[in-house]
Design a protein around this ligand. Structure first.
Ligand SMILES: Nc1ncnc2c1ncn2[C@@H]1O[C@H](COP(=O)(O)OP(=O)(O)O)[C@@H](O)[C@H]1O
Ligand SMILES: [Mg+2]
Length: 238
């Protein structure tokens, strides 16, 4: 294994039933603890790429490896385990379980991953203390911890989703346009919390947005259309 956390080489991906590749990327690497801002217009394949990085989708060709393990070498259940052990995912629509409390949503990764549970206990003394730590870190006080996720505001849900991604110190947090529903002040505040939480935990962050405001706060910026040969082929044909 090299020093990379995430390594992508000669990746090609096409959606089923689609003759043309959606993504064709020679190389992309993310180092441990690095913060990467990935941008590009709507529809350029950002969410698709994140699903490939997290082993939710598998490429048609090429290699995507997290901590030296190629996602395609794992069976489905092992992929799920590798993901929950090492990756926190903040979805665009948050994907909280609506009837669970904020706290129980944050505890979910600890239920599914012994590694995340052990890290949480080591870090805070108990899973619950760790969940409360990250909720507090995201600016959510005890008055919201017991509330059902579905009763929370969009901004609160987003912070719960971030706390859930961070609990048990995964190696990588992936965030898919998590600030698109927020106004500029809240966007800044959320980014402050997320970046400082990742720095504290030594967690790498891959943050996707079509909006390049605040991109300079990240260690590195990558334009997806610039690295995607499938997009260049499309442009050349047009
Ligand atoms: N589940 C899917 N099935 C087929 N095509 C899809 C699916 N999801 C996305 N696509 C297509 O893949 C391309 C990239 O989409 P997406 O990754 O969502 O872009 P972005 O996140 O940059 O807006 C688009 O052309 C989109 O229509
Ligand atoms: Mg998207």
């Amino acid at each position: 294994m090299t020093g990379s956390l995430l390594e992508l080489t000669d990746l090609r991906f096409a959606w089923p039933g689609n003759a043309k590749d959606c993504l064709d990327i020679a190389e992309l690497q993310v180092a441990p603890g690095e913060t990467l801002f990935l941008h590009g217009p709507s529809g350029c394949g950002k969410s698709t790429l994140l699903s490939l990085l997290a082993g939710v989708l598998l490429p048609r060709a090429g290699r995507v490896a997290l901590l030296g393990t190629d996602w395609t070498s794992l069976r489905s259940a092992a992929r799920d385990r590798h993901r929950v052990d090492h990756v926190g995912y903040i979805f665009q629509q948050f994907n909280l379980l609506p009837y669970l409390s904020a706290l129980d949503n944050v505890l979910l990764p600890c239920r599914f991953s012994a590694r995340r549970r052990d890290a949480a206990v080591l870090h805070a003394g108990s899973e619950r203390a760790a969940a409360e730590h990250w909720l507090t870190g995201m600016g959510l006080d005890a008055s919201v911890w017991r509330r059902q996720a579905q009763t929370l505001s969009v901004g609160q849900q987003q912070r719960v989703a971030a706390a859930r991604a961070l609990v048990g110190q995964p190696d990588l947090v992936i965030a898919d346009e998590p600030t698109s529903a927020l106004d500029e002040d809240r966007r800044q505040a959320f980014l402050d919390l997320l970046l400082s939480a990742c720095a504290t935990g030594g967690t790498a962050l891959v943050f996707v947005s079509h909006d390049r405001r605040n991109a300079d706060r990240f260690g590195r910026q990558v334009s997806l259309p610039a690295i995607n040969r499938a997009a260049r082929a499309e442009e050349a044909a047009a």
